[in-house]
Design a protein around this ligand. Structure first.
Ligand code: PPE
Length: 309
């Protein structure tokens, strides 16, 4: 990874290499951490964090589902994010806040463990490759099923549940594919290892509902809003695996992955990125870079934009 200089830890900035936790931290042993992935962009009026408040709100909801409270108010977390970007002199970057049960208690009753928070930021380029963004990626349905909603709540972005994604990712990577698609316990399409998924058929855009055991993706929500504003119909419904093969277009969304076209699923060729995927990619790119006033409320500028006129 590309290192930066400072990391925000429990309210102060420390040197990158001093941002350490104890080996007996609860979160390390049991996955009892919740985190966020956020991107900032070099936008028209300065460096802008995309939907920061929505990410921090989701972090609080993730923590609450594990009976943790983020020990800093939302505004202080927001300032922390701004602080790691500006103190590291970063422009476009990826931001990773994490709230974890820390050192002091072992065993599975964690409520007495301290809760630690850090926020790191670094430069992270195209998650599925520049070529993937342009030409689409080859994907495969993993033999690992997505963790069910009654096993671990998919709506919380917790460290431990990513073991499921890691297994799926390794499996499909070893088989030569760029990304995994996971089916849920009911056998319906859930998501990618770190992305939500959409299909387009006869002009209609569909994406699995929250009941399919997916993370309520912020990019997913942005794309649904953008698509509707562009005049497309979007529905949330269960998708069968074969609907991926028969789709006109398939794409994935995520903070890291952004809007990434899918070229093939299980060796069924869907084709080069289609017109709707292209249009949504374009509007998303304009939105995150502050070039589309319809979406300016999504940008939280680290450097305040110059007044108009
Ligand atoms: N589903 C999963 C399982 C997921 O991890 C992510 C984000 C999404 C959907 C999309 O959510 P959103 O970012 O709010 O649109 N995955 C994060 C972590 C990726 C990683 O490798 O780490 C991310 O994109 O930041």
């Amino acid at each position: 990874m590309q290192e930066a200089e400072k990391i925000w830890m429990n309210g102060s900035l420390v040197d990158w290499h001093d941002a350490k936790v104890h080996v007996l931290s609860h979160g390390l042993h049991y996955g009892s951490s919740v985190f966020e992935g956020i991107r900032a962009y070099d936008a028209e009026g300065g460096v802008a964090v995309f939907r920061l408040d929505d990410h921090l709100a989701r972090l609080e909801r993730s923590a609450a589902q594990y009976f943790m409270e983020v020990p800093f108010p939302r505004e202080e977390m927001r300032q922390g994010v701004h602080g790691v970007i500006s103190s590291n002199g970063l422009g476009a970057c990826y931001i990773r806040p994490i709230v974890l049960r820390g050192y002091g208690v072992m065993g599975l009753h964690p409520l007495e463990a301290p809760v630690d928070v850090s926020i790191a930021a670094w430069v992270w380029g195209a998650y599925l490759g520049e070529d993937g963004l342009r030409n689409g990626i080859d994907t495969k349905v993993s033999s690992w099923r997505r963790i069910g909603n009654n096993t671990i709540p998919a709506t919380a972005k917790a460290g431990g549940q990513y073991l499921n994604s890691i297994l799926a990712k390794i499996e499909t990577h070893k088989a030569g594919y760029a990304e995994a698609i996971l089916l849920n316990e009911q056998g319906m399409v859930a998501d990618g290892s770190g992305e939500n998924i959409f299909v387009v058929k006869d002009g209609l855009i569909s994406t699995p509902p929250l009941s399919a055991a997916i993370l309520e993706g912020i990019t997913r929500n942005s794309i649904m809003e953008i698509a509707r504003a562009e005049g497309y119909d979007v529905v949330e419904r269960d998708l069968a695996r074969s609907e991926l093969y028969n789709a006109d277009e398939v794409f994935m969304t995520g903070t890291a992955a952004e809007v990434c076209p899918i070229r093939s699923v299980d060796d069924h060729v869907i084709g080069p990125p289609g017109p709707i995927t292209r249009r949504l990619q374009e509007v998303f790119e304009d939105a995150v870079h502050g070039r589309d006033p319809r979406w300016s409320q999504w940008l939280d500028y680290v450097t305040a934009p110059a007044p108009a006129g």
